[in-house]
Write a protein that binds this ligand. Structure first.
Ligand SMILES: Cc1cc2nc3c(=O)[nH]c(=O)nc-3n(C[C@H](O)[C@H](O)[C@H](O)COP(=O)(O)OP(=O)(O)OC[C@H]3O[C@@H](n4cnc5c(N)ncnc54)[C@H](O)[C@@H]3O)c2cc1C
Length: 386
């Protein structure tokens, strides 16, 4: 089925309302890069594409803000901003093809989340089309403009289950003057984590701190556990890093750019190479990271200063031991990517029998009911639960 691709927010809202009136189910698609992500794709009567919405609506370089339509390519947007020495401080996977709407709807992030945060820290406003045919506008073009409930936050990470974003406003950051990456290799996981702890306790504020298991490091041509620290700033600041992070290998220029692009696209590359592959995301405290990572013998990449680890399993069988371990903890655990056949009817987001997560899902269901009472929009995309 060919997607319908309206070229204005109002047309898109009208298309949604027509579909809702006749109770047709709808699947929303940007560039279609993340079909293996989160909840299973269920058949839909209407495929609604956002690629007709590709305009820059407002760019204020002096205010460090931009408003852009949701079907705009994320990479093209960053290229445009880089010509002005600016960036959206997000480096999500599937970067070359992803759309702005797809990145925000999935709340994808990458190594830079260590310093800058995630889409929730970057989005300052948006417009979204509702199933009743209206276009809602929330937030604006200034960083502190929210009074009342910040409804835009609801859309971030909602996988298009509530409404369709038609444009997004971002706060921008200046591109760092220069960047360098400092890489350490360790035989022992706990030594690597001890180094991380020492760096975080010190004066440095790196842009990214990633820890790779030996099989993950091997994909980048390294041995053992690898700890990579990315620094950005003035030449003077980078010299300070060089002094503080002695005995590391320094990556610069093309080598450094390639290194971080490989890390950013590690999941995308893994899924291409391993058709039965599963990626599990686990959020822990920094101190619990050791307990989690000791359970893993295969590839992992840990955003080691943010507490988010991505575990790469060759098949669904590997999920059960992680689930069992996570049940006894407070780790937030989800199957981020898996083949279609593994996602139907499976538990993709760990909900513990003890209270808290159950309550939050009950509330999420009520919110879904308010936006989409007949369950027409992107059915089951939110980890099979909404
Ligand atoms: C050519 C083509 C034909 C298709 N044919 C069919 C078909 O016959 N039957 C069928 O059931 N499905 C069909 N689909 C839809 C497909 O099954 C998926 O639902 C769709 O491609 C979403 O994939 P994705 O997650 O990779 O999208 P991405 O673009 O990577 O988006 C990621 C997530 O973000 C959401 N999203 C993206 N942009 C926005 C936005 N602006 N606002 C809110 N949420 C957003 C998406 O819905 C998705 O959940 C087709 C898709 C394409 C491209």
């Amino acid at each position: 089925m060919h997607p319908i691709t309206p070229s204005s927010a109002e047309d898109l809202a009208e298309t949604l309302a027509d579909a809702a009136l006749s109770r047709r189910t709808i699947a929303v698609v940007g560039s279609g890069t993340k079909r293996l992500m989160a909840g299973p794709l269920l058949p839909a009567d209407l495929i609604l594409g956002t690629t007709g919405l590709r305009r820059i609506l407002q760019y204020e370089p002096n205010d460090l803000t931009i408003s852009v339509e949701a079907g705009h390519g994320f990479c093209e947007l960053q290229e445009l901003l880089s010509r002005h020495g600016q960036m959206i401080a997000l480096d999500p996977p599937f970067y070359p093809k992803a759309t702005v709407g797809g990145v925000v709807a999935t709340n994808c992030s990458g190594p830079m989340r260590r310093y800058f945060g995630t889409a929730r820290d970057m989005v300052i406003g948006m417009k979204f089309a509702l199933l009743n045919g209206k276009v809602a506008s929330v937030g604006g073009m200034v960083v502190k403009n929210v009074s009342g409930l910040d409804l835009g936050k609801l859309m971030i990470g909602s996988f298009g289950t509530l409404a369709v974003m038609t444009s997004v406003n971002f706060r921008l950051h200046p591109l760092p003057e220069e960047t360098n990456t400092f890489v350490y290799s360790f035989h022992d996981l706990d030594e690597a984590l001890a180094k991380r702890d020492a760096i975080l306790a010190g004066p440095l504020r790196p842009m990214a701190v990633d820890l790779l298991s030996p099989p993950a490091a091997a994909r980048l041509g390294w041995n053992n556990f690898v700890l990579a620290i990315r620094a950005g700033g003035s030449r003077g600041l980078l010299r300070r890093y060089e002094r503080e992070l002695s005995h590391s290998e320094r990556l610069t220029g093309h080598d450094e750019t390639t290194w971080w692009a490989l890390l950013r696209e590690f999941s995308a590359d893994f899924l291409r190479r391993q058709p039965s592959g599963v990626v599990v995301r686990v959020g822990t405290t920094l101190s619990e990271m050791s307990q989690l990572l000791h359970l893993v013998s295969g590839p992992f990449i840990a955003r080691a200063a943010s507490g988010v680890s991505y575990l790469y399993l060759t098949s669904w069988q590997g999920v059960a031991p992680i689930w069992q371990a996570a049940q006894k903890t407070t780790w937030s655990t989800a199957v981020e990517f898996a083949p279609d056949e593994n996602r139907q009817g499976k538990d993709l987001w760990l909900v513990r029998s003890s209270g808290k997560a159950d309550n939050s899902f009950a509330m999420m269901k009520r919110i879904k009911q308010m936006f989409d009472p007949n369950n027409l929009l992107n059915r089951s995309r939110l980890y099979g639960r909404l």
